[in-house]
Ligand binder design. Structure first.
Ligand code: NAP
Length: 254
């Protein structure tokens, strides 16, 4: 394989799906992963209709350590030369006060956003270390930078991603592996429908009165950080829509 290879977790929608299209347009071969197998197939077809690159679908849940390890170890040999890992799979569940929030929701967020990232990274890292190069991009959030009301465990899980990204950057220096953390503000994806468990009215409200980011905006920025020379690493990057300053301040029309 002559193209570079990117592995994207959570590529069935939102940032991950948009990043898959963007990297394919830039001649990367793509490994797309997620739980929804049909979505992976649809995206794979769409990429191959538009771009002359190879696509491999891996269908697993990042919370299942054994499934993650099996999926990565079963990669055909040419696909093991992964240049770039995008740890994007993640979710928020609920917006409730600390004393009322569902502990099951909390566990799902920690298992997905933190432990899932840890399982995938540890499975992919040996492949990068052998080649003495690689780039890992972790999706954090503005929620990692400022904790907001009723954001409790989502903010905590993304703060942990922020801390781990810093830790990984230090420990992986000798292996010449770059680590970038990207922290988006509000973006109109399936994120809010998942957070509000299918309540469309609540989900829509998040994006009312201003122009939020869309998945393609974030994909552009992800690609930018991956397209710099080998000796240049963007460590930490916050991206919001022009209407949003941080977790607290968004200028709305009404
Ligand atoms: N949208 C925002 O406002 C925003 C802002 C800041 C940060 N983020 C972060 O950016 C990342 C992408 O979010 P998005 O906005 O693109 O949301 P999205 O459209 O809901 O996409 C989330 C992706 O994560 C995957 N995923 C979730 N749980 C998984 C699991 N257990 N195993 C494997 N894959 C799983 C989903 O795939 P399956 O359901 O098919 O498994 C889906 O592809 C997340 O980490 C999110 O926390 C989002």
């Amino acid at each position: 394989m002559t193209n570079k290879i990117v592995l994207i977790t959570g590529a069935t929608s939102g940032f991950g799906a948009a990043a898959a299209m963007k990297f394919a347009s830039q001649h990367y071969d793509i490994i797309i992963t997620g739980r929804r197998a049909e979505r992976l197939q649809e995206i794979s077809l769409k990429i191959q209709e538009r771009y002359n690159v190879k696509v491999l679908c891996l269908n697993f849940d990042v919370r299942q350590r054994k499934a993650v390890e099996q999926a990565i170890s079963s990669l055909p040999e040419p696909w093991k030369a992964i240049d770039l890992l995008i740890n994007n799979a993640g979710l928020a569940l609920g917006r409730d006060n600390f004393e009322e929030a569902s502990i099951e929701d909390w566990e799902t967020m920690i298992d997905t956003n933190l432990k899932g990232l840890m399982y995938v990274t540890r499975a992919v890292l040996p492949l990068m270390i052998t080649r003495k190069k690689g780039h890992i991009i972790n999706l954090g959030s503005t929620a990692a930078k400022e904790v907001y009301e009723k954001g409790n465990m989502y903010c905590a899980s993304k703060s942990a991603v922020d801390a781990l990204s810093k830790a990984m950057r230090i420990d992986l220096l000798p292996h010449r592996i770059k680590v970038t953390a990207i922290h988006p503000g509000a973006a109109d994806t399936e994120f809010s429908m998942v957070r509000f468990k299918g309540n469309e009215a609540l989900a829509k409200k998040v994006y009312e009165g201003y122009q939020p980011l869309v998945a393609e905006d974030v994909a552009e920025v992800i690609y930018y950080t991956a397209s710099l020379p080998d000796h240049v690493c963007i460590n930490d990057l916050i991206i919001t829509s022009t209407s949003q300053a941080n977790s607290f301040y968004t200028f709305k029309n009404s």
